[in-house]
Ligand binder design. Structure first.
Ligand SMILES: Cc1cc2nc3c(=O)[nH]c(=O)nc-3n(C[C@H](O)[C@H](O)[C@H](O)COP(=O)(O)O)c2cc1C
Length: 212
């Protein structure tokens, strides 16, 4: 088998994809076409994982009751974060939209099985966290693949993880990693929303190597 060679144009397309991958908080309510979530999950499972353990567990959250409980969880945690801030920063925080939970047509919770039998422990002895990192890489793969299909993803972490795990009736030994809002973005953008709203900006120093 010969490995593919990626053309200069494919490399440019890849950079364009990275540039336009956004954390989306404003969604159209229109659901994705039948089968697209399966396509995204299949591509996601091409992600690397320690010992080939594939520790990610993608959960579709379908019932209105569970979605409502997650929304309440978010509202409580977000209010708590706001209360911990004061002055101008609190004012600015209050104006940010930090989830698309109300409109996104698809809700996906991502967990990590931190003690998977698959992979037989290979590579985890010195750094057990590699299991979690593997699942996070799968989330990023999902995010990029969704972008390639014109689909927006918003990562919601302002949640109480134990409560989310109970709400979704998930094995308490699985680690809650992310709650993803998925659907078509209202307004695609090539810069982060937090930058557009003046909360934070990309730092040029991060684009420089640290040499030793
Ligand atoms: C681990 C993680 C957790 C995040 N949690 C939230 C969140 O709870 N709410 C939110 O609005 N954005 C969340 N984000 C999105 C970031 O704010 C976003 O990635 C960052 O501002 C850069 O914007 P971009 O993803 O559009 O490039 C999260 C991103 C990551 C990687």
């Amino acid at each position: 088998m010969t490995a593919p060679v990626f053309s200069a144009s494919a490399q440019r397309d890849w950079e364009t994809l990275l540039t336009w991958r956004r954390d989306v908080r404003h969604f159209l309510t229109q659901p994705l076409p039948e089968g697209l979530l399966e396509t995204l999950l299949h591509a996601t499972c091409l992600a690397p994982s320690v010992g080939l353990s594939e520790p990610w567990r993608f959960v579709r959250v379908n019932t209105p009751e569970r979605r409502a409980a997650i929304r309440q969880n978010f509202i409580r945690c977000n209010s708590h974060d706001l209360e911990g801030r004061s002055g101008e920063e609190a004012h600015r925080y209050a104006t940010l939209k930090l989830s698309g939970l109300d409109e996104a047509p698809h809700h996906i919770a991502v967990f990590c099985d931190t003690a998977p039998l698959q992979g037989r422990g290979l590579g985890r002895a010195t750094m057990p966290e590699t299991t979690t990192w593997s699942a996070v890489m799968a989330i990023h793969t999902f995010w990029l693949t969704a972008t390639a299909h014109g689909v927006g993803v918003g990562w919601v972490s302002i949640l109480n993880p134990a409560e989310a795990t109970t709400t979704l009736s998930i094995n308490p030994n699985w680690q809650f990693l992310a709650y993803l809002c998925v659907g078509y973005a209202r307004e695609p953008a090539s810069t982060p929303e937090l930058e557009r709203r003046g909360w934070e900006r990309r730092n040029a120093a991060r684009r420089r190597w640290i040499d030793r």
